[in-house]
Design a protein around this ligand. Structure first.
Ligand code: HEC
Ligand code: HEC
Ligand code: HEC
Ligand code: HEC
Length: 207
């Protein structure tokens, strides 16, 4: 009885030390995108990316955008087997690149021009030829053309809906198809679906 109680106390203590268990606490607070601890953020979490008023409307579909937008031209992925037509990044992918292409400071928001650039592996640069294609329509016709893709209109994901409902934005594949910018799911690398055993890849690729 006493040993059991002591064990319970120790495991409870261990949980407090390591957090909530193997999965990280979900949510934007404390995630890679929580800049409220940076001196330049004014202690705000949402403001580097969103504003309730005077938003930047230059990118269509942008959610009340507050960050300066990149004007870079990108080298995009191409291959002899690619069926999709992939143009310049647009939509919400363009919003991610407004920090992740390394041409605009992280703290350039709300009309201010910042000085802190993104560094390391998080800086994808403007040459995206080695990155998974984004900003193209992924529909049933593309799945038929390709032959190695699930049908986004009918095939489902582990999140509970179809690929189109859960991962596409206006039927397009974007950065946010694979990444959860607000870290609501708490997966490594902000992934929409944990990629253990390539589960994320195998959600769309039928191989
Ligand atoms: C690092 C940038 C960043 C931060 C910080 C951020 N967001 Fe977002 N948010 C985005 C991007 C990019 C999108 C569009 C892509 C998407 O929806 O996944 C978005 C979409 C949204 C949307 C519309 C789609 C949805 O998910 O409902 C809402 C609402 C939103 N954000 C609210 C917030 C709030 C509230 C905060 C602060 C607690 C916040 N965001 C912090 C980048 C950010
Ligand atoms: C306001 C600037 C900003 C915007 C907008 C932004 N990010 Fe980030 N992101 C960062 C910074 C800064 C980091 C942390 C880099 C570090 O710690 O090395 C980061 C981290 C990440 C990471 C985790 C990297 C890792 O190694 O764990 C991913 C994935 C990511 N962002 C994807 C996105 C996606 C996808 C979008 C758009 C939906 C987006 N980001 C929008 C600034 C931004
Ligand atoms: C098809 C899915 C997919 C798409 C689309 C995608 N990513 Fe990723 N991304 C991943 C995976 C998976 C990882 C983790 C790779 C690893 O751990 O080696 C990753 C890693 C990252 C990282 C961390 C850097 C690193 O090397 O680990 C950043 C930052 C990032 N992605 C940003 C973006 C941005 C910005 C876009 C859009 C331009 C994007 N991603 C599009 C799947 C994707
Ligand atoms: C949301 C769905 C989705 C996810 C998740 C996804 N992909 Fe893709 N991927 C696609 C689509 C659609 C294409 C375009 C195929 C085409 O047009 O030939 C593509 C293209 C590719 C290509 C280029 C194919 C070519 O013919 O050049 C490769 C390789 C690839 N994906 C690998 C991956 C890997 C690895 C992962 C996991 C890290 C991943 N994909 C995750 C949907 C997805």
């Amino acid at each position: 009885m006493k040993t059991k109680w002591l064990f319970g106390l120790i495991s409870f203590g261990a949980c407090l030390v390591i957090g909530v268990g193997p999965a990280m606490a979900a949510g934007i607070a404390g995630s890679d995108h929580d800049f409220s601890g940076s001196s330049w953020s004014g202690g705000k979490i949402c403001a580097p990316c969103h504003t309730p008023h005077d938003a930047n409307t230059s990118v269509s579909g942008a959610p009340l955008w507050n960050h300066a937008v990149s004007v870079a031209t990108y080298t995009v992925y191409s291959s002899t087997t690619l069926n999709a037509s992939v143009g310049q990044p647009s939509g919400t992918s363009k919003l991610c690149l407004s920090c992740h292409d390394g041409t605009v400071a992280i703290d350039s928001f709300g009309g201010a021009t910042g000085t802190n650039m993104i560094t390391g592996d998080s800086n994808l640069g403007t040459d995206l030829s080695g990155s998974h294609p984004v900003s193209f329509t992924y529909n049933s016709a593309l799945a038929t053309d390709d032959g190695g893709l699930f049908d986004p209109a009918t095939d489902t994901t582990s999140l509970g809906g179809t690929i189109d409902e859960d991962l596409l934005i206006g039927s397009k594949l974007e950065c946010a198809s694979c990444h959860d910018v607000h870290d609501e799911l708490g997966n490594e690398k902000l992934l929409q679906i944990n990629n253990v055993s390539s589960a994320l890849c195998l959600t769309c690729h039928d191989m």
